[in-house]
Design a binder for this molecule. Structure first.
Ligand code: IMO
Ligand code: MG
Length: 425
């Protein structure tokens, strides 16, 4: 029996989807435990590209049971649309279970997020505008939350929604008197219809997972976002609204971390970030643009150009420690193949002091000046490499430096989007 977790160690978009997809044939169950349709996971095989957002990558394998666990926030219309798009691509959907404890995203969450983000001006978080943060806010606040299980208790659901929508209208109108007034009855009808369409998949996934563990089933936890976007440990307030480091697995699924025997941290060979918040190694020059072009660094969810920069071992090492990963997978190494020299940030200088600790306050992170280690580039196409020994020595030295500074072994290297373009150490 194997219970494995795959988590991002940076600011998301580490190509976790590829690693999860590669591993899924060895697992019977794949679990998504946090976030919602703010995530964008791209999986490529057999000449097809699959874009997943809420669905676990296990959905692409017919024998895998995919689980959307309690920690996820679900927009049911977006979920059904995503299922349809995968079916349209010819995928035979296997079992998909949805937690009755998961929270539901409603139209007012999107409207509320839009007015709140707008009100912050240049201090906006730069969210994906999917109502993720506003839904989690209601979850934590309790009084305005609706869970999947509530959708199947019609009287309870109708009354709750009526009260919540009335208060949301008051709040939204206060921020933006021009905003559309939401209609509780209309939302009730729409969500009741959507709930019917997913009803056969809704269950107590926590109980399901624990039975599976007892039966010795192989289970894979698929992270979304990244450790530095974690609500507690990330670059607050420029984070997502859930525990997106490894520490979110337990609250997000009900499976304790001690049940997990291998935790894989996924990192890009460089740094990217979308949305606001400091990013010490960001490159505003042509090297940054080169990385963006070579890596096709444009958001899969929002299409925004990603901010690109050198690999930041201070930030990533912190992510690795917070998440408690055993090893790392280095992704998109091939994107760096044309550069003459490469830099890795091995420390920060803050107010003249050198440190390898990741600052807890955003204002300190904004002041952090990266201290770089410079390494020679390999200037060769590495997309055809299939064995560790066949990498140019400069590429191996680059990976060794990452392993040394992040203090975790590099177990997997990816040099292209295809399943075959992967080297296991
Ligand atoms: P995957 O799973 C990259 C970022 C947003 C924004 C901040 C808050 O593809 O790695 P939110 O909508 O979550 O409230 O936005 O978090 N963000 C991501 N960035 N990849 C993601 O997911 C992200 N999910 C959220 O850009 O800065
Ligand atoms: Mg993304």
């Amino acid at each position: 029996m194997a219970v494995t977790a795959v988590v991002g160690l940076q600011w998301g978009d580490e190509a976790k989807g590829k690693i999860v997809d590669l591993l899924t044939d060895r697992y019977e169950i794949v679990v998504r435990y946090l976030g919602g349709n703010n995530a964008g996971h791209t999986v490529m095989f057999g000449g097809q590209t699959y874009k997943l957002s809420l669905l676990p990558a296990g959905i692409l394998r017919p024998n895998v049971t995919s689980v959307i666990a309690n920690g996820v926030v679900i927009n049911p219309a977006a979920l059904l649309k995503e299922i349809q798009s995968i079916v349209d691509q010819g995928v035979e959907i296997g079992d998909l279970l949805i937690s009755d404890r998961a929270h539901v995203i409603f139209p007012y969450h999107l409207v509320e997020e839009a007015v709140l983000e707008k009100s912050r001006g240049d201090q906006a978080i730069g969210t994906t505008m999917r109502g993720i943060g506003t839904c989690y806010r209601d979850k934590i606040g309790r009084t305005h939350a609706i869970r999947v299980g509530d959708l199947y208790r019609p009287e309870f659901f109708r009354e709750r929604l009526r009260d919540i929508v009335a208060q949301k209208n008051t709040l939204i109108q206060a921020f933006d008197p021009g905003a559309e007034v939401l209609d509780a009855a209309k939302i009730y009808d729409e969500y009741s219809r959507l709930a019917d369409q997913i009803a056969h998949r809704v269950t107590d996934t926590t109980a399901f997972l624990h039975k599976a563990l007892k039966q010795g089933k192989n289970m894979l936890f698929e992270g979304a976002q990244g450790s530095l976007l974690d609500i507690d440990h990330g670059t607050f307030p420029f984070v997502t609204s859930s525990n997106s480091s490894g520490c979110g697995i337990h609250p997000g699924s009900g499976v304790p971390e001690r049940a997990i025997d291998r935790m894989i941290g996924v990192v890009k060979a460089y740094t990217t970030r979308v949305g606001g918040g400091a990013c010490p190694t960001e490159l505003m020059d042509e090297t940054g643009q080169h990385i963006r072009d070579e890596g096709h660094e444009y958001g899969t969810v929002t299409g925004r150009p990603r901010r690109c920069g050198w690999f930041d071992a201070v930030a990533t090492g912190y992510g690795a420690r917070i998440s408690g990963v055993d090893c790392i997978a280095v992704m998109l190494l091939d994107v760096l193949s044309k550069l003459d020299e490469l830099k890795i940030c091995e420390a920060y200088e803050i107010d003249g002091e050198r440190t390898t600790d990741f600052p807890s306050h955003i204002l300190d992170l904004e002041k952090a000046r990266p201290v770089y280690r410079t390494l020679p580039g390999w200037k060769k196409d590495i997309t055809g490499v299939r064995k560790l020994e066949d990498f140019p020595k400069e590429a191996r030295a680059y990976m060794d430096a990452i392993a040394e500074l992040v203090e975790r072994p590099v177990d997997i290297v990816s040099i292209g989007p295809d399943r075959e373009q992967t080297v296991f150490a």
